[in-house]
Design a protein around this ligand. Structure first.
Ligand code: 4NP
Length: 176
């Protein structure tokens, strides 16, 4: 993993050490493919570490096309094959999310641009980070590509990237 030189991550490490819940919101465009997968994988990571009570994990979309829907059936099928049950209901990000969450993670550059535009204050804008900050150095990607118009390989790629990134995110905040 890249060396994450981030005041935000440092602050969240301190919060975790103090036993306060770390609140993470994953964001993509539709909130039916990438961000609900990131949410489900992160839930699994914290559960594996016996650390569920120290985290609030959610996801949202910048768009409003699928509000109330379960994740895309292709995303659910690919995730299920790896043992993840994705049950999130699609919702659109709101201004209050920028105050309620500590860390707001965008999947690609377009998501990040939208998040910066929507952030209500300078302080809340500083909560935004790219998912790629947590990729392994060996990955040949610098964003999580939108799989919506892709085939099976697009969904597998998203899960590969997110499995590594969620584990690295956990380790960046929760380990010494
Ligand atoms: P996501 O994928 O941003 O990873 O949830 C998409 C899902 C739906 C649409 C676009 C991207 N859409 O245009 O409906």
């Amino acid at each position: 993993m890249k060396n994450i030189d981030s005041k935000l991550i440092e602050a969240l490490r301190a919060k975790h050490v103090a036993g306060e819940p770390v609140k993470v919101l994953f964001v993509c465009l539709g909130n039916i493919c990438r961000s609900p997968a990131a949410e489900g994988l992160m839930e699994a990571v914290v559960a594996t570490h016996g650390d569920r009570h120290n985290w609030v994990i959610d996801s949202a979309g910048t768009g409003d096309y699928h509000i109330g829907d379960l994740p895309d059936r292709r995303m659910r099928a690919h995730a299920a094959r790896r043992g993840y049950d994705l049950t999130h209901r699609c919702r659109q990000i709101s201004v209050s999310d920028f105050f309620d969450f500590d860390l707001i993670i965008g999947m690609d550059e377009s998501n990040l641009r939208n998040l910066r535009r929507l952030a209500p204050t300078v302080e809340t804008e500083q909560k935004i980070m790219p998912m790629s900050a947590f990729f392994d150095d060996t990955r040949h990607y610098d964003y999580v590509p939108d799989p919506y118009y892709e085939g099976a390989e697009g969904f597998e790629l998203v899960l590969d990237l997110l499995q590594g990134a969620t584990e690295n995110l956990y380790n960046a905040i929760a380990t010494n």
